[in-house]
Design a protein around this ligand. Structure first.
Ligand code: NOJ
Length: 577
């Protein structure tokens, strides 16, 4: 199935100013992409064997989720050595080959940078466990709450809930103190207030840049500047409060980001920088992406992926139906806010989100392909850099697991335990998980219709979605009307038409319950997109969009019709002028 890479050649690539504005990024979650050695887990040689697939799709950049040494408590987002590859994925030499292989095909590579926290098995943290160590202050150590019995419920320094459920503080017997972990107890938070910590991180980043990478996707980077470590007011029926309200967008965030930019030479070397920022607001994003501030190129906002949960509820598992006008309005707000300064990133899903077609489209056999294509069209016609998550270009769907034993994700497993302990109905918990769990996105990539979808010769670490028999890359490549070829054409359009990259954005019909319509304008060119984002037919009111007489259809899901009656999930892109 796979061919082993054998030659290392350093291939340098051009990075002109703002090159990332016309780029399309493809995210690889290495554990689930392709397994070369039959151990059931994806690896670097597996990725290498599919580089021509990426070249055929036409993407400009690969964002590689973490492949660093890790105990894998959170699938590699818990790093024990930033400058080595975990043996489960391969070796540093194989990573060099991958970088060269991508560059040879004109594809750049962006590495995941996880520096809000390390693994508790990182040598820095191991040293820091000793209260007398010079690295004690590299992490957030705090004594128990005054007057409490150390290590007992309620003795934690603050009443913060970690993102993975349970307290955000872990008691350490040896020193009688707690350390802060906003994620799992095996992911202690680094103390960015300490300049030595920051220096060590910048040095590590420079080492990667010198190795030939083209940028960084920065994991939860807006959590690095902690505000006051104080108690919050828990919501009714809860004893703890989400840690994010105290740690997101902290007071020194902009200072740390610009310091990092200067120290590593991020802008000077035209690297792509995208900050993952849960809880970021338009104001924080404007500051962070204003080129004058030299912080980041773009951020991942979470607003549009928070619209299908109860506002102020207990988290992502409190489900509410998604409203199309609300979704359009949210994206439009970000478009307007970053029209004069900064830049948007555009995404529907990633390794932390359910599959796009299952969440925002309709994954029934009747509508799956057209809704996957139309979602792609809508995403790629907004202004910003589009991110495709592996398998999105095939219209891969949620796995909809039915039992807790099917899950591997620590967050899902912890949520299940904590929700049951709070008295929630088991069936309701499993239902929410089947819709929202991160494992929906993490089932193996579906390459062909052979056993385990051609992902592995062994037993996959997470079961392959049984629909691989029909939904797979080999079938999609053969079919000129597939979701794959639709995405390929969207990428091609971006490369061919400056209006898609730079054109001014305007949303039309904001309140329409089915139609998503927009224009992009640059000089005398106007691009019009109309999309029926529903599983019922819909009509576009002619007076609501520019006249289409003489317009050229650039891409359509159902053929080049000029009628304004659209089939379910039909979309078209026109060019006027
Ligand atoms: C965000 C990452 O995308 C997610 O997968 C991870 O669990 C957390 N940050 C913690 O690193």
């Amino acid at each position: 199935m796979t061919s082993e890479p054998t030659q290392t050649t350093v291939v340098s690539v051009d990075r002109p100013t703002d090159w990332w504005k016309s780029a399309v990024v493809y995210q690889i979650y290495p554990r689930s992409f392709a397994d070369s050695n039959g151990d059931g887990t994806g690896d670097l040689p597996g990725i290498f064997s599919h580089l021509d697939y990426l070249a055929q799709l036409g993407v400009d950049v690969v964002w590689l989720s973490p492949v660093y040494a890790s105990p894998m408590d959170d699938n590699g987002y818990d790093i024990s050595d930033y400058q080595d590859v975990d043996p489960i994925f391969g070796t540093l030499e194989e990573l060099d080959l991958l970088i060269a292989g991508l560059h040879q095909r004109g594809i750049k590579i962006v590495m995941d940078l996880v520096v809000n926290h390390t693994s508790d098995e990182h040598p820095w943290f191991i040293e820091s466990r000793d209260p007398d160590s010079p690295k004690r202050d590299w992490y957030w150590w705090r004594p128990p709450r005054p007057g409490s019995e150390p290590g007992t419920e309620g003795a934690e320094p603050t009443n913060w809930e970690s993102a993975f459920h349970g307290s955000a503080w872990q008691f350490d017997e040896r020193s009688g103190e707690y350390y802060l972990h906003l994620f799992s107890a095996k992911q202690p938070d680094l103390n960015w207030e300490n300049p030595e910590v920051r220096r060590a991180i910048y040095d590590m980043m420079k080492w990667w840049v010198d190795r030939g990478i083209d940028g960084f996707r920065m994991d939860v980077i807006n959590l690095i500047s902690k505000d006051e470590l104080t108690d919050g007011e828990p919501p009714p029926g809860r004893t703890r409060v989400s840690c994010f309200s105290f740690t997101a967008n902290g007071p020194r965030l902009d200072e740390f980001l610009s310091e990092m930019n200067a120290a590593v030479g991020l802008d000077a070397r035209n690297l792509l920088t995208v900050g993952e920022m849960p809880g970021s607001t338009i104001e924080t994003a404007r500051r962070a992406t204003d080129p004058a501030n030299h912080e980041l190129n773009m951020v991942f906002t979470f607003e549009h992926v928070s619209l299908d949960m109860v506002p102020g509820g207990s988290g992502k598992y409190d489900l509410v139906p998604l409203s199309l006008p609300a979704l359009k309005k949210n994206l439009d707000e970000w478009q307007q806010a970053l029209a004069d300064v900064g830049w948007n990133s555009l995404y529907w899903d990633n390794h932390d989100q359910p599959r796009a077609v299952s969440r925002f489209g309709d994954d029934s056999p009747e509508h799956r392909e057209n809704s996957a294509k139309t979602l792609g069209t809508v995403q790629h016609m907004h202004k910003g850099t589009p991110y495709i998550y592996q398998g999105e270009e095939l219209g891969m769907t949620n796995s909809y697991f039915t039992a807790i034993e099917h899950y591997r994700d620590i967050e899902a497993i912890n949520y299940h335990a904590s929700a049951i302990s709070l008295g929630l109905e088991v069936e309701a918990v499993l239902h929410s998980l089947s819709i929202k769990s991160r494992d929906n996105a993490r089932t193996p990539m579906q390459w062909d219709d052979s056993s385990h979808a051609g992902f592995t010769d062994g037993i996959p670490w997470l079961p392959v979605n049984p629909n691989y028999v029909t939904i797979n890359a080999a079938a999609a490549i053969e079919d000129p009307n597939s979701v794959f070829h639709h995405f390929r054409k969207l990428i091609e359009l971006r490369h061919d038409h400056a209006v898609i990259v730079h054109g001014r954005f305007e949303l039309l019909l904001p309140d329409h319950e089915q139609i998503w319509a927009l224009t992009r304008s640059l000089d005398d060119q106007v691009l019009v997109m109309i999309a029926n984002c529903s599983s019922e037919p819909a009509s576009v009111p002619p007076e609501a969009i520019p006249a289409l007489a003489g317009a050229r259809v650039l891409l359509a899901t159902h053929g080049d019709s000029t009628t304004l009656n659209l089939e379910p999930w039909e979309s078209r892109i026109y060019l006027l002028g």
